[in-house]
Design a protein around this ligand. Structure first.
Ligand code: NAI
Length: 297
């Protein structure tokens, strides 16, 4: 049976945005030392502070002991130089959804880390095969696709590119299981499983909005209450971030030779151009104050 990485293995997370911070929390909760790096100055510290803020709520509610809180937060190490992560056994990149930028980072990581280090990408939609194509050892690259928010969502897609070594995918699968997740294997088709299925959900909702069927709050409420979805499409894409979601839609659209089923929406393009990225920028379809649990119209 494949062994999961043990807790003596240091994990590195590159990109300390919404996903990277959440993944760092998951790995730290599982007992690993976690390096957190972001190219933006102060972002890794802010990522750790965000994790501490989330966990503090659980301490306040009596659901987490102070000692456990201290241990988890203490295991997350923001690092300003990428070279500081060199002794990691698994590096998970969660940077911007862009093929060339991710490729450049992965090439740098390959130079830095030793040959046994597993490289994982949290990409939502970019081909793992394409991401690995310029590596000297593409067999050690695998998709490890978490969902937002990473500490709460159980599913992890373990995505095999054409060159991915099965043993590497098995180790990542076993490790995700140890981290309390429910991993599934997927191949490197555009959008993998969930983002492929989710595209028409967002696209049709945006078309309904464009046609003036109802406002976002009404459409969200209908899907929550009648459709039994946990979140409607507009509050969900506000949570994901419109920059991320728009990049994913474009990536899936282009990967399927511009099949109009996956046509990106001008509404989403406008939101991105206006900087209304959703929760993270304070406004998307809804407005958000710092501690708002639910969107405010
Ligand atoms: P984000 O915009 O919140 O964070 C990205 C972070 O990466 C930023 O802090 C940025 O400064 C940093 N960054 C960019 N280029 C970098 C580089 N070359 N080196 C180091 N740091 C760099 O984005 P988010 O939402 O965390 O997404 C990150 C990745 O995770 C993307 O590939 C996205 O498709 C994927 N993803 C996003 C989900 C979501 O719901 N937002 C869900 C699952 C996957």
């Amino acid at each position: 049976m494949t062994q999961a990485l043990d807790t003596q293995t240091a994990i590195a997370v590159i990109g300390a945005g919404a996903m990277g911070s959440g993944i760092a929390q998951v790995a730290a909760q599982a007992g690993h030392k976690v390096y957190l790096h972001d190219q933006r100055e102060g972002a890794a510290e802010a990522g750790r502070a965000g994790v501490a803020k989330q966990l503090q709520r659980r301490v306040d509610k009596g659901k987490l002991e102070q000692q456990t809180f201290d241990a988890i937060v203490g295991r997350i190490h923001p690092v300003s130089a990428l070279s500081e992560i060199a002794d990691s056994g698994l590096v998970i990149e969660a940077i911007v959804e862009d093929l060339e930028i991710k490729r450049t980072l992965l090439a740098d990581l390959e130079e830095l880390c030793n040959e046994e280090t597993i490289l994982a990408t949290n990409t939502s939609s970019i081909s793992v095969t394409a991401l690995g194509a310029k590596l000297r050892h593409p067999e050690r690259l695998v998709g490890m696709h978490f969902f937002n928010p990473a500490p709460l969502m159980a599913l992890v897609e373990v995505v095999k590119g054409l060159a991915t070594d099965n043993a590497v995918a098995e180790i990542v699968h076993a490790t995700a299981t140890n981290w309390g997740k429910k991993p599934v294997f997927a191949t490197s088709t555009p959008g993998f499983i969930v983002n492929r299925v989710a595209r028409p959900f967002y696209a049709e909702s945006l078309r309904l909005l464009q046609e003036g069927a109802a406002d976002p709050a009404t459409l969200d409420a209908i899907l929550r209450e009648a459709g039994n979805f946990r979140m409607g499409p507009f509050e969900l894409t506000d949570l994901i971030g419109h920059d991320v979601n728009y990049a994913v839609t474009n990536s899936v659209f282009n990967s399927y030779y511009q099949d109009t089923r996956f046509l990106p929406s001008l509404i989403q393009k406008e939101l991105v151009e206006a900087g209304r990225l959703g929760r993270k920028s304070g406004q998307g379809f809804y407005r958000y104050t710092e501690d708002s649990e639910r969107p405010e119209p």
